[in-house]
Design a binder for this molecule. Structure first.
Ligand SMILES: Nc1ncnc2c1ncn2[C@@H]1O[C@H](COP(=O)(O)OP(=O)(O)O)[C@@H](O)[C@H]1O
Ligand SMILES: [Mg+2]
Length: 236
């Protein structure tokens, strides 16, 4: 069984890529041979005659790995849609064996793996195959990334409860301020309430910082913010 984490979120845009990259950068800084993966990406752009994902590019930079792009992101789809839909509309079939083979290869090369999901747990990859199924197959503990703003209690509780129902181990929650000007009371009370109602540890709360733009990789800012705001016991 591989070491590391599967990073999921309560939604798209909550900061999964940033958190996955931040963790990978901390692993790397501690001298751990970490690998990264974005198994399925949509909304990819054509670069050098192939489709590439911004998320995969950020993860690769954060972990400072030399792995082939096709292993880090085996499934890349152009349309910014759910994977099952993007595949259907482009007349392709998502090959889940390709994901598993890439994951196995990366696990052989690296001590620990940080894998970023897509959207939340019930995003369909294939007709009846969801992110939750992929996370189960990879057997990595889950980290749930959520936002601190209004509505997050419902989304986070649903995600944690669904993960547990499916037998996934949930390591804890990271609250990420992905947008500017979050009310401090809302952030504090939502975080406390999520902790109380899930019984899960809050592994970190990441403040908003303009230097954390995933399209503009800044190693120093990423490492500083994650070192200051993450429970370092999770780096294993
Ligand atoms: N704490 C933060 N401070 C500043 N910008 C952030 C923060 N968290 C996320 N962002 C920005 O918000 C956007 C969404 O974050 P991202 O990690 O891509 O979310 P997801 O992977 O869940 O879709 C990105 O442009 C990212 O750079
Ligand atoms: Mg992402």
């Amino acid at each position: 069984m591989a070491k590391g984490y599967f990073i999921t979120g309560t939604d798209t845009g909550v900061g999964k890529t940033l958190v996955a990259g931040g963790l990978a950068a901390l692993y790397k800084k501690q001298g751990i041979n970490v690998g990264v993966m974005k198994p399925v990406a949509t909304g990819c752009k054509r670069v050098n005659n192939r489709l590439e994902s911004d998320d995969a590019a950020f993860l690769k930079l954060s972990a400072e790995v030399e792995d082939e792009y096709e292993l880090i992101n085996p499934i890349s789809l152009e349309q910014p849609l759910a994977p099952s839909v993007a595949a259907r509309l482009s007349n392709t079939k998502i090959d889940t064996d390709k994901i598993n083979t890439a994951f196995d290869t990366l696990c052989e090369r690296h001590e620990s793996m940080i894998v970023e999901g897509i959207g939340g747990l019930l995003v369909p990859i294939d007709e009846y195959y969801f992110i939750v199924d992929l996370a189960s197959e990879m057997e990595l503990p889950l980290i749930i990334v959520c936002r601190p703003t209004l509505g997050t209690i419902n989304h986070t509780l649903l995600t944690a409860s669904y993960a547990r129902e499916h037998g996934l181990e949930v390591k804890g929650i990271i609250v990420n301020e992905s947008t500017e000007h979050c009310d401090a009371t809302l952030k504090k009370t939502n975080t406390d309430e999520i902790k109380r109602l899930t019984g899960l540890p809050i592994l970190g709360t990441i403040p908003f910082n303009k230097g954390l733009d995933i399209k503009n990789y800044n190693k120093e800012v990423l490492i500083k913010i994650f070192s200051d705001n993450i429970d370092k016991d999770i780096i294993i």
